[in-house]
Design a protein around this ligand. Structure first.
Ligand code: GMT
Length: 380
């Protein structure tokens, strides 16, 4: 197949998932065309089966804001015609599905370009649900040829907010050979010079991730007598507030902010416990990646997290903001090696059985075939 993929290239889990789908499909012999404003960060290699088409935007003084959605629609239509795309798979509804539908309509006298939209999270729960975007997001869902969501939670949220239920749930996935435990990495000694246990958090430090609570959990764990350290991977708007909180709570020297990193799997490979106290998480890709590395997860019981983290089995879930319980649970895992190892083993086992690329990519392929089949049936 000849597949077009559009993602937000530099920020967030939807870009990672879209890029990984493309990479996996190319490995299976399909040709993939990424169409976005920049090369997606996870896309490290272009070759004869993985292409990149940059959306160019003209600057004009009249434009207070550049009309990216229109530039994207134009590029999608151009690439679709030039490369004879079989379908377009866009990640994150706003504005990608609208631009894709516009592209499809603009070239339909030449040929029909089926549009598949994958919903990832705040495109439904936050941005799309806002009155300023709700009607156009609903239009994007209704007009897409196929819609997928990354969790049962997100499907239900879409039904409730948009009264739209023709959605296939296809979860996030991991490559088990890429996400693996490796305590031998030199990084472990660098971050834990005196053998301290390591709590790790990975995110884009947006307020919905509540990264400050990770610092509060560390402070409580240390108060309760465990000499642990916290590694904060990533960066974003809440980072300086986290640094300030670490200073206030006297844990500055044991909170290591490493910033944005390409080698996130290395940080997960050497972690003891992963923290994800988010207030909104349609799936929680980072939690899945941690579990694939045999790292138990401490997270809030919200959104799609309970579908990914099995409470009392692969980690512990708490009510939102209950840093007291989260720190007690973290302490329990840090101080009981057998329990931590047992949870870690189960976490990897379930991550592989339920969420390995070998399991999930065929689900996307079947969905593509279903959408294409329905289209040719209705055309004939
Ligand atoms: O909704 C967002 O935060 C944006 C989105 C993204 O593009 O990063 O993140 C979501 O997509 C990930 C991949 O499907 C999910 O694993 C994340 O849980 C989800 N984030 C939220 O729902 C906050």
């Amino acid at each position: 197949m000849n597949i077009g993929i559009t993602v937000y290239p530099t920020y967030g889990g939807s870009g990672i998932v879209g890029s990984e789908i493309g990479r996996e499909l190319a490995e299976q012999g399909h040709t993939v065309h990424f169409i976005s404003s920049a090369l997606p960060t996870r896309l490290t290699e272009l070759n004869e089966r993985v292409h990149f088409h940059e959306v160019e935007m003209m600057n004009y003084p009249l434009f207070e804001h550049q009309p990216y959605s229109l530039a994207l629609a134009t590029k999608l239509a151009t690439v679709a015609r030039a490369e004879k795309l079989d379908l377009l798979h866009v990640h994150y509804a706003i504005p990608h599905s609208i631009s894709a539908i516009l592209a499809r309509e603009s070239i339909k006298s030449k040929f029909y370009l089926p549009v598949i939209t994958t919903l990832h999270g705040t495109d439904i729960t936050l941005v799309g649900a806002d009155r300023s975007y709700l009607p156009i997001t609903k239009y994007g869902l209704q007009e897409s040829d196929g819609v997928t969501a990354v969790s049962r939670f997100l499907k239900q949220a879409t039904i409730e907010t948009f009264d739209f239920d023709d959605i296939e749930v296809i979860p996030n996935f991991i490559c088990p050979s890429y996400y693996q435990r490796n305590m031998e990495l030199p990084l472990r000694n660098e971050l834990s010079p005196n053998g301290e246990k390591l709590l790790v958090h990975v995110s884009n430090f947006r307020p919905v991730k509540r990264p400050i609570e990770c610092v509060e959990i560390l402070a409580k764990v240390r108060e309760k007598g465990e000499n642990a350290r916290l590694v904060m991977v990533g960066s974003g708007p809440e980072r300086s507030a986290c640094e300030y909180r670490a200073e206030q709570l006297n844990v500055k020297d044991d909170t290591i902010f490493v910033g944005k990193r390409a080698n996130i799997s290395d940080y997960l490979a050497i972690a003891d416990v992963f923290l994800l106290p988010s207030e909104s998480e349609s799936f929680g890709l980072a939690a899945l990646e941690a579990q694939a590395c045999e790292v138990p997860v401490i997270a809030s019981r919200i959104g799609g997290i309970p579908e990914v983290v099995s409470d009392n089995e692969t980690g512990f879930l708490s009510e939102l903001g209950d840093t007291g319980k989260m720190s007690d649970d973290a302490l329990r895992l840090l101080q009981d090696d057998d329990l931590r190892i047992e949870f870690g083993n189960r976490a990897r086992e379930l991550a592989i059985v339920r969420y390995s690329a070998d399991e999930i990519i065929p689900q996307y392929m079947r969905f593509y075939e279903k959408v294409l089949g329905a289209r040719s049936a209705s055309a004939s």
